[in-house]
Design a protein around this ligand. Structure first.
Ligand SMILES: Cc1cc2nc3c(=O)[nH]c(=O)nc-3n(C[C@H](O)[C@H](O)[C@H](O)COP(=O)(O)OP(=O)(O)OC[C@H]3O[C@@H](n4cnc5c(N)ncnc54)[C@H](O)[C@@H]3O)c2cc1C
Length: 262
């Protein structure tokens, strides 16, 4: 028998696959969502839905980089999804309420030096309208507002504290996250049947002879990029071959475990 009933969001027609696996003697590492988006009502994000930027994000001692997308409900994009995968358990443990630090210019080591240079060279220009960074104009204006700078203010008007606030907003904006995407909106499940209980050569159960396991039901989850599909396809192929081999062996044994009739 091959058990390939998917992760915690897979809708089945009977008991869920974890219950079936447990019933057959397997240990199930507690399943939690992975690859999910973050909910946030941070004022900075108001009006920014659809904006994307290449960022570095950090929370709960973990970091991830890549494109970030502002949505109507919060944050998505590969950087967020990666962080949700690395932090699947720790973010669940904190109830998906945490502070997310966003570095909007990960390629820039010294944001304050950039701003000082701007003050020297573009002193008469309005800060909010001056494209000092590769960030989308709407995001730049929002960060300028976030730093408490009047939208009419010119570079030459910035005092040291204000300039440092803007540098801080560019390199480490803190956005309170208040939750994760709703149930069934995550892409994959972290946790599942304990891997030590499966023979990876055939995907055969080490607990229940004749049982083969494949796919997301297992305690395997990857980041975005097709790794979850690949894991499901590979383990499915191995389990199919394993089960076919087992059936051959069972038939060869004949009824009641004795040798088969010629
Ligand atoms: C929106 C979304 C986007 C994704 N994008 C990507 C991506 O880009 N790249 C990537 O690698 N992965 C992605 N994934 C993850 C990937 O789709 C899954 O990891 C993979 O499809 C799991 O395959 P599976 O065969 O193990 O389970 P499933 O595809 O979930 O199949 C399990 C099947 O078992 C059936 N079943 C369950 N219980 C029972 C039961 N008791 N009786 C009978 N039948 C039952 C279910 O109905 C279902 O048909 C995405 C997932 C989602 C939800």
């Amino acid at each position: 028998m091959v058990l390939a009933s998917g992760g915690r969001t897979s809708a089945g027609s009977g008991p869920d696959g974890y219950a079936l696996a447990r019933g057959l003697g397997h240990t199930v590492v507690p399943p939690v969502p992975s690859l999910f988006t973050f909910r946030s009502q941070a004022p900075l994000l108001a009006g920014l839905a659809g904006i994307a930027a290449e960022v570095r994000v950090a929370a709960a001692g973990l970091e991830a980089g890549g494109p970030l997308l502002v949505t109507h409900k919060g944050l998505s994009g590969p950087a967020v999804l990666r962080l949700s995968a690395w932090g699947a358990r720790v973010l669940q443990a904190c109830g998906y309420a945490f502070d997310l630090a966003v570095d909007w210019l990960p390629g820039l080591a010294d944001a304050d030096a950039l701003l000082r240079e701007r003050i020297r060279s573009h002193g008469r220009r309005a800060v909010a309208g001056d494209h000092a960074t590769p960030l989308p104009a709407r995001l730049w204006a929002a960060l300028v507002r976030e730093a408490g700078i009047d939208l009419q203010a010119r570079w030459a008007d910035l005092d040291r504290d204000t300039r440092l606030r803007l540098a801080g907003a560019l390199k480490a904006t803190v956005l309170p996250v208040t939750g994760q995407a709703p149930f069934k909106e995550e892409f994959v499940t972290c946790g599942g049947v304990a891997l030590g209980e499966v023979d990876f050569r055939t995907m055969g159960s080490r607990i229940c002879p004749g049982l083969f396991l494949a796919g997301e039901l297992l305690d395997i989850d990857g980041v975005t990029g097709g790794f979850n599909f690949q894991s499901c396809w590979t383990t499915g192929w191995l389990a199919g071959r394993g089960a076919a081999g087992w059936r051959g062996r069972a038939l060869a044994m004949g009824p009641m475990g004795g040798p088969a009739a010629p």
